[in-house]
Design a protein around this ligand. Structure first.
Ligand code: SF4
Length: 258
C-alpha cells in the first residue's frame, strides 16, 4: 500500500513498512507498480516465509512461557512494561507500529507515515530491541556478511523509531521506557526453521541518517518529484514478483548458482 495526498497544505505519503523497504532496499521501480495496485501471484518463497512465521510465533510463545517460568523474563504486564529495568518480551506479532516524519525533498516539504507490525519487541538490559525474523531458502548467502541486507536493516530501523500500539486501529499507545535502541535481524533456514545467522546492532546516528535519507527519497519518488533510479542488475529482476509485468525488467545475465 502506497498512497499520496495532502494534509493541512503539506504533501503526504502513507505506506506499509514492507512496501517502503521493498522499494528503497530492493528496487525503486517497484514503487509505481505497488502504488497502482498491480496484482501478481505471491512468490513461493514469500508464501513459505509466511507459513514459517506462523510456526515461529507458536514456538516463540512456548519459549517465552518457559523463560518466564524460569524467572529469566517477567510477564509483560502494564506494570512491568513501565519499569525500565524489567526484561520483557511483548507477545510476537502484537505490536502495531507507526513511523511519522517530516521530510525535505530539495526545497519541498512532505510528511511520511509508515505503518506496520513488528515481529517482536523486547527490552533487554535497558535497551528497546526490535527483532525481525527472515526465512532464507539459501542461508549460505549470508556467509561472510557483517550485517543484514539494506531492506532488512531499513525494516528494523523503521519499527525501532515508530510509536507502538497494541491494537491495529492504533487507538492506544504502548510506551516502553528504555535507555537506548537495538535492532536484531535473525535469519532462519526456511527448510528447517533453525536459526542460521543473527545480526544485532545498537542504533547510532548513521542508522538514523540512513533511514531519514531513504525516507525522503521514497517520498520524492512517490510524489513524482524524483525519478526512480534503476539498479541495472538482471540478477535482482530474475526473482522479482513483477518480472512478468514490469516495463523496466532486465533479462539475461549469468544464471544464479545452484
Ligand atoms: S522486474 Fe526488475 S526493474 Fe522491475 S520492479 Fe522488479 S526488480 Fe525492479
Amino acid at each position: 500500500m502506497i498512497e499520496v495526498g495532502e494534509e493541512g497544505g503539506t504533501a503526504s505519503v502513507r505506506a506499509a513498512v514492507t512496501d517502503f523497504v521493498n522499494v528503497m532496499g530492493y528496487c525503486e521501480h517497484k514503487l509505481g507498480l505497488i502504488a497502482r495496485g498491480v496484482q501478481v501471484p505471491q512468490p513461493e518463497a514469500v508464501r513459505r516465509g509466511g507459513e514459517a512465521h506462523v510456526m515461529e510465533e507458536r514456538r516463540d510463545a512456548r519459549d517465552v512461557e518457559e523463560r518466564v517460568a524460569r524467572g529469566e523474563l517477567v510477564p509483560a504486564t502494564e506494570e512491568a512494561i513501565a519499569d525500565p529495568g524489567a526484561p520483557i518480551e511483548i507477545e510476537r506479532e502484537s505490536v502495531y507500529t507507526t513511523y511519522e516524519s517530516p521530510v525535505s525533498v530539495g526545497d519541498r516539504a512532505a510528511r511520511v507515515r509508515l505503518v506496520g507490525r513488528a515481529d517482536k519487541v523486547c527490552r533487554v538490559g535497558g535497551a528497546l530491541r526490535v527483532v525481525d525474523n527472515k526465512f532464507a531458502s539459501d542461508p549460505s548467502k549470508y556467509e561472510g556478511r557483517d550485517g543484514p541486507f539494506l531492506d532488512q536493516k531499513l525494516q528494523v530501523l523503521a519499527y525501532l523509531n515508530s510509536s507502538f500500539s497494541p491494537d491495529p486501529a492504533r487507538a492506544e499507545e504502548l510506551d516502553i521506557p528504555h535507555e537506548r535502541k537495538e535492532w536484531s535481524v535473525q535469519i532462519h533456514d526456511a527448510a528447517t526453521r533453525e536459526p542460521a545467522v543473527t545480526f544485532v546492532g545498537e542504533q547510532g546516528p548513521r542508522d538514523l541518517a540512513l533511514l531519514r535519507s531513504r525516507l525522503a527519497r521514497f517520498a520524492g519518488i512517490a510524489l513524482g518529484w524524483v525519478e526512480p533510479a534503476h539498479h541495472d542488475n538482471p540478477r535482482k529482476c530474475r526473482p522479482c514478483q513483477y518480472l512478468g509485468v514490469c516495463e523496466f525488467a532486465l533479462r539475461g545475465g549469468a544464471p544464479d548458482k545452484g
